[in-house]
Each structure stands twice: as C-alpha cells, then as structure tokens.
Design a protein around this ligand. Structure first.
Ligand code: HEM
Length: 309
C-alpha cells in the first residue's frame, strides 16, 4: 500500500515549487479581500437546520484568489479562480465555503495533489515547469483529467464577478429530524458568466482582477444565487473529480451580496484561515479524503504565515 501523504509534505512541496513568501499563503497567495452579506432561504430548512438559512442577513468576509504560491501569477492564467466565504452567524458560529470556478477538482486523493505540485516545480535550466514532467503526471493520474479538460475548454472569466463558484465536494445537510441529505452547492453570478476571448487572453495585462473587482463594487452591489443540488443515494460522495448526473433536483437557497473590495494587505480576509471544515450545526463533511485532508494543510500554511514564516 502507498504511504499516507502528510499535510507537511504537501506544504513543503508547495514551498519547494513556488518558493517561500514570508507571511503569505502557501497556496492561493494572490487574492483580494471583500465584504458583504448572505440571505439564506428557509426553503433549505427541508434539508438542513443550519441557521445560515434562517432568512436573516448574515455578514460575510470574502476572498477572491488565484491558485498556486506565485504572487505574480498573471490574471490571464488558465487556472481556476477561487472564492472563499466566511459567514458570521448571529450566534457567533462560523460557516466556511472555500470554492473554485471549476465544477470538479483535479485530484481524487492527496497523493495526486502532491504529485501535481511536484511536477510543476520549475526546471532550473529554463525557470519553467518541465513539459515532460507535466505530461507524465497527467498520464499517470487520470483523476486529474476532468478538471484539466474543463480548464482547456473554458477560458478564464473576464472578472471574479462574472464566474460561478462550486463547492465541488459533496456535503451532508442534516435537518431538524436528523435526516441526512447528500448535497453539492454552487454560486451563480447575477452579472452573468463571461469568459475571456483568446485575443483578450493575449492582450490583457498581468494585473487587472483586483482593480476590476474594486471598481465593480463601487458601482453597486454584486450578487450570486446559491444553488443547492440534491443528491440521491449512490451519487459519488467521496470523489471531487466526478460530476453528478445533470438531472438532479436543484433549488435556490440564498443570495450572496458583495458590497466592497480592497487589497488583502491589512484587510480582514488576510488573517482568516478559510478551512472548509468550519461548519455550523446542520452541515457536515462527507468521507471525501480530499475534503478531510484540506483542513490540516490549511492549518500548517496558516500557522506558518501567522508566525511570519
Ligand atoms: C488536497 C487538496 C488541497 C490542498 C492540499 C489544498 C491546500 C491549500 C492551502 C495550503 C491553502 C492556503 C491556506 C492558507 O494559508 O490560508 C489553500 C487555499 C485555498 N484552497 Fe485549497 N487545497 C486543496 C484542495 C482545494 C479544493 C478542493 C478547493 C475548492 C473546492 C480549494 C480551494 C482553495 C481556495 C479558494 C483557497 C484560498 C482560500 C483563501 O482565500 O484564503 N482547495 N489550499
């Protein structure tokens, strides 16, 4: 049997591939803070007793990001975009949702995630990842293919606000009668989804996402609908690289409104660990090994950056 991958190994690999940027996130290092609120819909109460869906506004601290540990990654990179949300509930509890704009993830196990980071390490001769190593990684890790196919077919969005974001993992909603339902969720932009053209990818500057987000919030609130997909027994629940059949029931369970955005330095999102296992009563993790692994990796990255390393 393969040896279990540890969170330390993964964070060390991120540092080896991308370098160490003291005080900064080891992954999703480039990002922008935002604030707003969420109003959940009591329709969700059929499935969950979480007070997130009481119908009352809940304050939200958000962070939009690009993956990897390179703070200079261009905003045109054909990689996922991230949206992390911390919901601050009236009883003092927190709910996190730390999402990407791809419907599936690029790893069914921590091993695949680790091997991907190692394969991306720049070749000292060129300063760039070795295409042969990337090819070999893909060939030996078929679970990475659904996400890379999505990224190949879909150019990045023109802004963080013209994109959907997916929870990707399957979660459990538990209602007042202790009935458990498998769910997935995504946030769909009221501004509409809009992808960059190939020409725009070539002509756009390396930095525009932050300024565009700030300007968009100054011109008015930005909204997303939260859409819940209701699973049925037998739907994949422990593999974030697999989609569910497209005919599953979907309901709108809330609206996210982002009202302001600002550079991350010194802003509230900077010192948050958007650990996806921070959940309120009524929302629970599945046995998805990637979901469960994330928590320990985020804790190590967070601990290092808080202590100035
Ligand atoms: C084995 C799998 C994964 C590992 C090891 C991993 C690791 C990390 C680490 C170390 C960070 C930085 C944490 C910090 O310093 O605060 C991070 C951030 C992030 N990850 Fe993951 N991740 C994994 C899977 C995922 C998945 C499946 C998603 C989406 C569903 C995701 C979305 C994000 C986002 C959006 C951020 C930025 C959060 C923020 O803005 O602070 N990651 N990840």
């Amino acid at each position: 049997a393969e040896k279990e991958v540890t969170a330390d190994q993964v964070v060390s690999a991120l540092e080896s591939t991308f370098g160490v940027h003291s005080g900064e996130r080891r992954n999703h290092i480039k990002g922008t803070c935002a604030t707003g609120e969420f109003v959940g819909s009591p329709e969700a109460n059929t499935y969950t007793r979480s007070i997130l869906f009481s119908g009352k506004p809940v304050s939200v601290i958000a962070r939009f990001s690009l993956p990897g540990g390179n703070p200079e990654i261009p905003d045109t990179a054909k990689v996922p975009r991230g949206m992390a949300l911390e919901f601050r509930l009236p009883d003092g509890s927190l709910q996190h949702m730390t999402m990407l704009n791809t419907p599936v993830f690029g790893a069914a196990s921590p091993q695949t995630f680790l091997d991907n980071i190692i394969a991306k390490k720049p070749d000292p001769a060129t300063g760039k990842p070795d295409p042969e190593k990337i090819k070999a990684f893909k060939a030996s890790h078929p679970d990475s293919l659904p996400q890379s196919e999505f990224l190949a077919k879909n150019n990045p969005p023109v802004s963080w606000t013209n994109s959907s974001y997916f929870g990707i993992h399957t979660f459990k909603f538990v209602n007042r009668d202790n009935k458990t339902t498998l769910v997935r969720w995504r946030f769909v932009p009221k501004d509409g989804e809009k992808q960059m053209t190939d020409d725009e990818l070539k002509s756009s500057p390396p930095k525009f996402l932050e300024q565009k987000l700030i300007e968009r919030t100054i011109s008015g609130p930005v909204q997303w609908d939260m859409i819940l997909t209701i699973g049925i027994p037998g739907d994949p629940e422990d593999n974030p690289t697999l989609s569910w059949p497209s005919d599953r029931k979907e309901i709108k369970v809330g609206t996210l409104t982002i009202t302001s955005a600002m550079p991350q330095k010194g802003a509230e999102c900077e010192k948050i660990n958007f650990d996806p296992l921070v959940m309120t009563d009524g929302i629970e993790p599945t046995s998805d090994p990637v979901l469960l692994f994330r928590s320990s990796a985020y804790a190590i990255s967070f601990g290092k950056r808080l202590s100035g390393n």
